[in-house]
Design a binder for this molecule. Structure first.
Ligand code: XIL
Length: 447
């Protein structure tokens, strides 16, 4: 047999072998050995394919061929798909839908191309990877919940996508401490129990907030000392009840007055003094030394005066080791604040070595009240903003990451329309619980 017919003979064997492997649905190794023109160097064409453990939609392929030095090779991740040049080291590809895909490595050999294909089966739902998976486990994915929205489709979405829960309102003081002398943990317990049962972190929100003071406390007729004891006892009792279950707390929420950037003249400041924040964090630290303590506030991205005021509070707390993280409430709009403004609060937090919580994310699409339904264009703008936020968060050093929390599931469940008095479509799921484009934006940003 001369050399040319030897090559043809081996090609025939290869084709037969290849069709056989394919007909078996084979994703086993395929090894092709041919003799090149000089009959000296065997060419072996093969590759490894690995599906990522953290993102079942992502594969990594690595060309393990030998004897192909100087020959061009390229990948196709789907049949007749785009051609991607093979470079040194592994290549990544992320699918957007589940299915069986034929991955092909082609080597342009002198006597004709040699192609090797393997089938990879991508599983998951067609919505793409779950949010908590797309984070690559470097931070947790949070959702604001209510005790009456933990079953049925809510439960399905929560379990699939999230691993950190914040009570939207049921762990606030006006809910737990409705009546003087008696604490009611019914709703809070339901949320905490649900989170624990589902292996989720719980972020406690919030111990001290000027907007959730029970009526009776506003009219408290005791002395300032008695008031202070009341607050101390409240923080201690709540935190100790949930120690080991609630991993982190917003101790004081929104202490800074808009405009002046002074401390709000809340009843806590009036009764306990200008150092009431220090006092509250000290009570919290003492109550549960293992809890991660946050200060949480809004408009701290674009309002540089408010941001400075917040970091002044934070620095004060840091000097006594009373704080571990900063929560920047992300009540933002599709066109505002800018990427640089969002980045600035991250930089201030990271430079202090603290954890960054992107808390309460919702993205208004109708801040100027100029649309009457969610237009395609605005949905895309919202997706782009979500992607930007996710990219910024993803780029934070791992040790400073904590969680990105969405402030509700479906648009109809959002606090935004009631708060602003107009429709906003600020959230991430449609009425039928399927993800909106804004959800895709988050996934894209995490990549
Ligand atoms: C809002 C909730 O979404 C509403 O359901 C509740 O009635 C009022 O509070 N900043 C915060 C959140 O820190 O607690 C607020 O949540 C939104 C603004």
């Amino acid at each position: 047999m001369n050399r040319k017919s030897l090559i043809k003979y081996f090609r025939l064997i290869f084709l037969l072998l290849f069709s056989f492997m394919l007909s078996c649905g084979g994703d086993d190794d395929i090894n092709v050995v041919i003799i090149d023109d000089e009959g000296e160097t065997p060419i072996s064409v093969d590759f490894d394919i690995i599906v990522s453990e953290t993102n079942t939609f992502e594969i990594s392929v690595n060309n393990t061929s030998t004897g192909i030095t100087g020959l061009n090779s390229y990948w196709q991740f789907t049949e007749n798909g785009e051609v991607v040049p093979d470079v040194a080291g592994p290549e990544r590809h992320v699918y957007t839908m589940s299915g069986d895909y034929l991955v092909t490595l082609t080597v342009e050999a002198p006597d004709g191309d040699i192609a090797v294909s393997k089938t990879v089966i991508i599983t998951g739902t067609d919505e793409g990877p779950a949010l908590k998976v797309a984070t690559n486990n470097t931070f947790s994915m949070g959702m604001a919940v209510r005790s009456d929205r933990l079953t049925g489709s809510h439960n399905a979405v929560l379990v699939r996508e999230f691993n950190n829960l914040t009570a939207e309102f049921e762990m606030k003081m006006d809910q737990i401490y409705k009546t003087e002398g008696s604490l009611d943990f019914t709703a809070a317990d339901a949320i905490v129990d649900y989170g624990v049962a589902n292996n989720m972190d719980i972020h406690g929100h919030t111990l001290v907030w000027h907007n959730s003071i029970p009526g009776w406390m506003n009219n408290f007729s005791g002395t300032d000392e008695e008031f202070e004891t009341l607050v101390k006892d409240y923080i201690t009792t709540v935190m100790q009840r949930y120690a080991g279950k609630v991993r982190s707390w917003d101790v004081v929420n929104e202490a800074i007055e808009d405009g002046s950037n002074n401390l709000r003249n809340s009843i806590f400041r009036v009764r306990m003094g200008d150092d009431y924040i220090q006092k509250c964090y000290q009570y919290a630290r003492d109550a549960d030394p293992n809890a991660i303590l946050f200060y949480n506030d809004y408009n701290v991205t674009f309002d540089s005066g408010k941001q400075s005021a917040m970091f002044a509070i934070v620095d004060d707390l840091m000097s006594n080791n009373l704080i571990d993280g900063v929560g920047a409430q992300m009540h933002i709009a599709y066109d505002f604040p800018s990427k640089a403004q969002i980045q600035s609060v991250v930089d201030g937090t990271v430079s202090r070595g603290l954890k960054m919580h992107f808390a309460e994310l919702d993205i208004r699409v109708n801040p100027n009240n100029d649309i009457t339904s969610l237009t395609e264009q605005r949905a895309i703008a919202q997706q782009n903003k979500a992607k930007e936020v996710a990219e910024i968060y993803n780029a934070i050093p791992d040790e400073n990451k904590f969680a990105l929390t969405l402030w509700g599931m479906r648009d109809s469940e959002s606090w935004l329309p009631a708060f602003w008095g107009q429709p906003e479509w600020g959230l991430f799921y449609n009425e039928d619980f399927t993800p909106k484009k804004s959800h895709t934006g988050l996934i894209e940003g995490f990549r």
